[in-house]
Write a protein that binds this ligand. Structure first.
Ligand code: NAI
Ligand code: MG
Length: 497
């Protein structure tokens, strides 16, 4: 498979350590319990590294460190220019180590190196750059309250933030969480996903090297029901930011009630991608393909319900299936790979379970339909890019998030039907529409209940554009100026003149 390429020496030495420790109060420490877990290379099923396994005790130590760093430390009180300078150094360090970070990400998550090198790592650097730029641009207001008062607002950090992230974009999700929180002067306990803790731990080293003071960022790898749940329940945590499944999002929402923490939730999706017969068909096929197979389909906003105008449906499904069959699947480290393995044996089982369910529900796989057991891939978690037709919007494969390379193609009659089917979901994270009719594009963008609508494009991101869900896809907006609202609170000050 031509994959025997040299690993960056940074990566070699990072993986050679007998144990990757957790970051608590500026020090790399073992778990209080002494427990560890293994992270696995999904291309081979082999162990990649051993990692300290945090639980409630480690979370407590980390939260207390973050609390001290917030209540008595310099970070929230630092001159904005100094905080900005440190965050700018983080950007430089990510960029300096970009090649190694991309390899580490691909080894741990499985994704194609072409994607980790061109998307994940540069976007993580961009996120820190963007929020570094906000540090000295956030301000309060003076208010026209009454002539004998001077009334103004202070924009203050929220405090200690617990941040829980998933495994599909490990470093980028860490950046989406950490960069705005730090820019606003908060302190953080980050819990990376148990499947992919490595790049976040490497980022922790870079944060210290950049000059982030001890205790400001603590990184505790561990499992959801232990470390994650302890972070959500901890009374000294002011805010929790979570990205992951809707199921766990609901649990977090409930668990936060006792301490009334602020919560922001970025959850699952079942996004409609709507193609009209008047669209530029070639670009719609490419957009639909990458809309669903990018990152093996392990994308919360993947365009998994592909709604195609009836007159175009069969032709479009065939073209998409042909393109899917032409995708090069292989180990992520192979530079030619377009679609890598799923992240874990658990996800392999979940996604192949949905493939079987699709067949039982009566759908037809025009492309793919099963695990990819081609020579050299047998031990990895590879699933063929799959295009289902004969799907109705009430089937489970059209309603539940599969989180793998699986798309359901469904016909629609007219604009009204497209919007109806598009919105017929409990989710509302994203949507796409392909048409040359400008007015229709605008009408549909307004009619769809989703936090992002892409017109004649899909899966496009920029750190300036807010991202988040309607309905059961969660609440709160990350990225953009809006994200600053998650990490600041407003204090009104009245002064009698
Ligand atoms: P998950 O929601 O269980 O895991 C995401 C993060 O939450 C991980 O860091 C995990 O350790 C943590 N977590 C789990 N249970 C927790 C709890 N009770 N309290 C606090 N933290 C907890 O997702 P999982 O099990 O990895 O994947 C299952 C499905 O979730 C996927 O098939 C996919 O449909 C969806 N998912 C959606 C993501 C998104 O970006 N919206 C990302 C990952 C998964
Ligand atoms: Mg889970």
């Amino acid at each position: 498979m031509g994959t025997a390429r040299a690993l960056d020496s940074d990566v070699e030495s990072f993986l050679a350590a007998p144990l990757r420790r957790m970051l608590v109060d500026g020090r790399w420490v073992e778990a209080a319990s002494g427990r560890t877990f293994e992270t696995v290379n999904p291309a081979t099923g082999e162990a990649l590294a051993r990692v300290a396994e945090g639980d409630a005790e480690d979370i407590d130590r980390a939260v207390r460190a973050a609390r001290r760093a917030f209540d008595d430390g310099e970070w929230p009180r630092m001159a904005p220019r100094d905080r900005e300078r440190i965050l700018a150094r983080v950007v430089e360090l990510i960029e300096r180590h970009a090649a190694a970070l991309a390899q580490l990400e691909t080894l741990d998550n499985g994704k194609a190196i072409a994607e980790s090198a061109s998307v994940d790592i540069p976007a993580a650097a961009d996120t820190f750059r963007y929020y570094a730029g906000w540090v000295n641009k956030m301000s309060g207001e003076t208010l026209p309250s009454a002539p004998d008062f001077f009334t103004f607002t202070l924009r203050e950090p929220v405090g200690v933030c617990g941040q829980i992230i998933p495994w599909n974009f490990p470093l980028l999700m860490a950046a989406w969480k950490l960069a705005p929180a730090l820019a606003c002067g908060n302190t953080v306990v980050l819990k990376p996903a148990e499947q992919t803790p490595l790049s976040a731990l490497r980022l922790g080293e870079l944060l210290l090297e950049a000059g982030v003071p001890r205790g400001v960022v603590n990184i505790v790898p561990g499992f959801g029901p232990t470390a994650g749940a302890a972070l959500v329940r901890h009374p000294l945590v002011d805010k929790v930011a979570f990205t992951g499944s809707t199921e766990v999002g609901k649990e977090i929402h409930r668990a936060s009630a006792d301490t009334l923490k602020r919560i922001s939730l970025e959850l699952g999706g079942k996004s409609p991608n709507i193609v009209f017969a008047d669209a530029d068909i070639d670009s719609a096929v490419r957009g639909a393909l990458m809309g669903v197979f990018f990152n093996q389909g392990e994308v919360c906003c993947a365009g998994t319900r592909l709604l195609v105008e009836s007159s175009l449906h069969d032709r479009f499904a065939e073209a998409l299936a042909a393109a899917a069959r032409g995708m090069k699947q292989g180990p992520g480290l192979d530079p030619e790979t377009q679609i890598g393995p799923l992240v874990s044996a658990e996800q392999l089982e979940r996604v192949t379970g949905y493939l079987e369910l699709g067949l039982r529900e009566g759908a037809t796989p025009l492309a793919g339909g099963g695990r990819n057991l081609a020579a050299g891939l047998e031990r990895g978690y590879f699933v063929q890019p799959t295009v289902f037709t004969g799907v109705r919007n009430d089937m489970r494969i059209a309603r539940e998030e599969i989180f793998g390379p699986v798309v359901a193609v469904m016909p629609f009659r007219d604009e009204e039907d497209a919007v109806l089917q598009g919105n017929d979901t409990t989710y509302g994270l994203a949507a796409g529409v392909w048409t040359r009719d400008v007015s229709r594009a605008h009408r549909i963008a307004r009619a769809l209940r989703a936090g992002t609508v892409w017109v004649n494009c899909y899966n496009v991101f920029d750190v300036s554009a807010p991202f988040g869900g309607y309905k059961e896809s969660g609440y709160g907006r990350e990225l953009g100026r809006q994200c600053l609202d998650l990490y600041t609170q407003t204090k009104s000050v009245w002064l009698r003149v």
